[in-house]
Design a protein around this ligand. Structure first.
Ligand code: ADP
Ligand code: MG
Length: 261
């Protein structure tokens, strides 16, 4: 397990991310403590997804470093110098992080349970029966135990998203990244997904980074909110502070726009 009680679970250190000439993250510094539930808010294009994708090692930093626990995610030490991590290092470190995306990307040709057990068997080397038992527990937790043998395409969007959450948790990550997981769903299935996440937050110690426009949910679940704009953190604080009495005009304007929707 990377890190001790005291080291942050996640640390961004002067992280720069550019796409071509476009600087998306501009010397970004922040830390997330073990067990924190951090909500990232900010206008579209402010770099929230990029932050999660960097953590998931789906993108590479342009400059700066990312740490997960007491070991860098983005770099390895070679002859006394930090150098960008090779794929092998990324593959290993990626195991401590799980991600659920806006568009549930389940394997359509596999049953629900096979979707959940595939990676634990192939990547973690779990036995079939062990993986299956754990998957059934997780399906129970997300309220879909009766759907184990169905195909994802027969499920509603909200149900598929709950399977995606179970699949992420099946890898027993230390950090769970949630990127607008309810934005693509029919309104009537949103609450089922949010309630599952509330329950996970209540019953586990897992560290969560959450991008959401569901402010009520963010208030219920998170202990910190970071407001992003222009590749930087504009303001951060408790949900109570940020949602009811933000200091910055940019945050006020952003929240008004969301409420007005
Ligand atoms: N693969 C990419 N290539 C080029 N530009 C990208 C890529 N991914 C993201 N961007 C740009 O980076 C900026 C931040 O995007 P993103 O992290 O998705 O923001 P958010 O999730 O806050 O809406 C946007 O301007 C977006 O167009
Ligand atoms: Mg995004």
């Amino acid at each position: 397990m990377p890190g001790t009680e005291d080291t942050p679970m996640v640390r961004f250190e002067k992280v720069v991310k550019k796409f071509g000439d476009h600087t998306v993250l501009d010397h970004l510094d922040f830390t997330v403590k073990r067990g924190d539930r951090v909500t990232l808010i900010g206008p579209s294009g402010s770099g929230k997804t990029t932050i999660l994708r960097l953590l998931m090692t789906l993108e590479k930093v342009t400059d700066g470093m990312i740490w997960v626990g007491d070991e860098p995610l983005s770099h390895v030490r070679k002859r006394g110098k930090w150098v960008p991590a090779p794929e092998k290092h990324l593959r290993r470190r990626r195991l401590s992080i799980g991600m659920v995306f806006q568009h549930f990307n389940l394997f359509p040709n596999m049953s629900v349970i096979d979707n959940i057990t595939e990676a634990p068997i192939r990547v973690l080397g779990r036995s079939k029966s062990e993986a299956r038992e754990r998957a059934l527990d997780l399906l129970e937790m997300v309220g879909l135990a009766d759907k184990a043998d169905q195909h994802p395409t027969t499920l509603s969007g909200g149900q598929q998203q709950r399977v995606a959450i179970a699949r992420a948790l099946a890898m027993e990550p230390e950090v769970l990244l949630l990127d607008e997981v309810t934005s693509a769903l029919d309104p009537e299935t949103v609450d089922d997904v949010l309630n599952v996440l509330r329950e996970i937050a209540r019953t586990t110690e897992i560290t969560m980074l959450i991008v959401t426009h569901e402010m009520r949910f963010a208030r219920d679940v998170s202990n910190r909110v970071l407001m992003f704009d222009g590749g930087r953190i504009v303001e951060e604080g408790t949900p109570e502070k940020i949602f009811t009495n933000p200091d910055h005009e940019r945050t006020q304007r952003f929240l008004q726009a969301i409420v007005g929707k």
